[in-house]
Ligand binder design. Structure first.
Ligand SMILES: NC(=O)c1ccc[n+]([C@@H]2O[C@H](COP(=O)([O-])OP(=O)(O)OC[C@H]3O[C@@H](n4cnc5c(N)ncnc54)[C@H](O)[C@@H]3O)[C@@H](O)[C@H]2O)c1
Length: 312
């Protein structure tokens, strides 16, 4: 299937890679982004390769809904968000306006435009919170410990509601820790981007705490493959998108240092308050439902990411 796809947050880190993939797959794409964090130059390749339209719009606005009605997308990939945990703690009202009210507006716009389905970027880590032991499956109870995680959790009921009343199909993808080229190296999160930039500049990164906190790092190409598949298949489900493999910040540091040719030892700083000790998710359901599997081994993905930052 291909047709018309709307990508909210299309000028963001993951969204711009998704636009590239959809153009490769012969979709006509409308990217909508308010450019609060996005950059138009991330869409330069896609624009050379196929039909990409761009609208600078707030997903919470009437203008956004009007633009969606005019475009008449078949599939909506909803990635626009206030995407940070710390900003959500500092300003929960703003987080809720973008991530909850904005998402309701996206769903309403998709329903009005009679789109077939919406694929939503949720968060495995922020939604489940701290879960020791084996990788977390979708049926684990979700106890988010930040307004960001709460907003990702509570909009799920709206997805179910719109499916029920408007026949709007959906897939919610609960993502692990995404890394890859174009990630913001100056953000509050995105340790691969931050360390890569610093090491390539010959500067020593600071590791928060003892560096033994473990995460599930997924390469951005694998993530957009999950969106592409979900956009075709649907099904009204939430699926984890991760590798199931825990990697500590110390292990990551060594891999990035290897690729960047950096030989300095890390500096250890104070632990970040509320930092989870472990967040790893089980993606067996995504394999069964979407035929999705992560293809990119961490050393390969890190090498590609460092190379992209080197070329910037
Ligand atoms: N990066 C990760 O590791 C990760 C993990 C889990 C979930 N996610 C989710 O994936 C999605 C994309 O994340 P990302 O890492 O690419 O972040 P990002 O900040 O690069 O992308 C979000 C985009 O949304 C845009 N945006 C913000 N508010 C908007 C608004 N009101 N209207 C229109 N556009 C708006 C920003 O300008 C930005 O381009 C987000 O929903 C995020 O919560 C990301």
């Amino acid at each position: 299937m291909s047709g018309k796809a709307l990508v909210t947050g299309g000028a963001g880190f993951i969204g711009s890679h998704l636009v590239d993939r959809l153009i490769d797959d012969d979709w006509e794409v409308l990217a909508a982004d308010d450019l609060s964090k996005g950059h138009l130059d991330r869409l330069a390749d896609a624009r050379r390769n196929g039909p990409v339209h761009f609208h600078q719009l707030d997903i919470g606005s009437d203008e956004f809904r009007e633009a969606v009605r005019r475009f008449e997308p078949d599939v909506v990939h909803h990635l626009a968000a206030q995407s940070g945990v710390r900003p959500s703690v500092e300003d929960p009202m703003f987080d809720a306006r973008v991530n909850i009210l904005g998402t309701i507006n996206v769903l309403q716009a998709a329903a009005e435009a009679e789109a077939q389905r919406v694929v939503f970027a949720s968060s495995g880590g922020a939604m489940f919170g701290e879960v020791p032991g084996a990788p977390v499956t979708e049926d684990a109870p979700a106890f988010p410990d930040s307004p960001y995680g709460i907003s990702k959790k509570i909009v799920e009921d709206y997805f179910r509601y719109f499916r029920h009343v408007a026949g709007l199909d959906y897939v919610i993808l609960a993502l692990g820790n995404v890394y890859g080229p174009r990630q913001d190296p100056h953000g509050e999160a995105g340790v691969v981007a931050i360390f890569s930039r610093l090491m390539l500049d010959g500067r020593r990164p600071v590791v928060n705490g003892d560096g033994e906190q473990a995460r599930d790092y997924v390469y951005v190409d694998d993530i957009v493959d999950a969106f592409a598949r979900a956009g075709e298949i649907g099904g009204g489900v939430r699926l984890n998108i991760g590798t199931g493999i825990p990697t500590t910040v110390n292990e990551l540091y060594d891999l990035i240092a290897d690729s960047a040719g950096y030989d300095g030892a890390p500096e250890f700083g104070p632990a970040k308050e509320g930092d989870l000790a472990r967040s790893v998710i089980d993606a067996a359901a995504a394999k069964a439902h979407l035929g999705w599997e992560p293809w990119t081994e961490l050393p390969t993905g890190i090498a590609k990411t460092v190379q992209a930052f080197r070329e910037e």
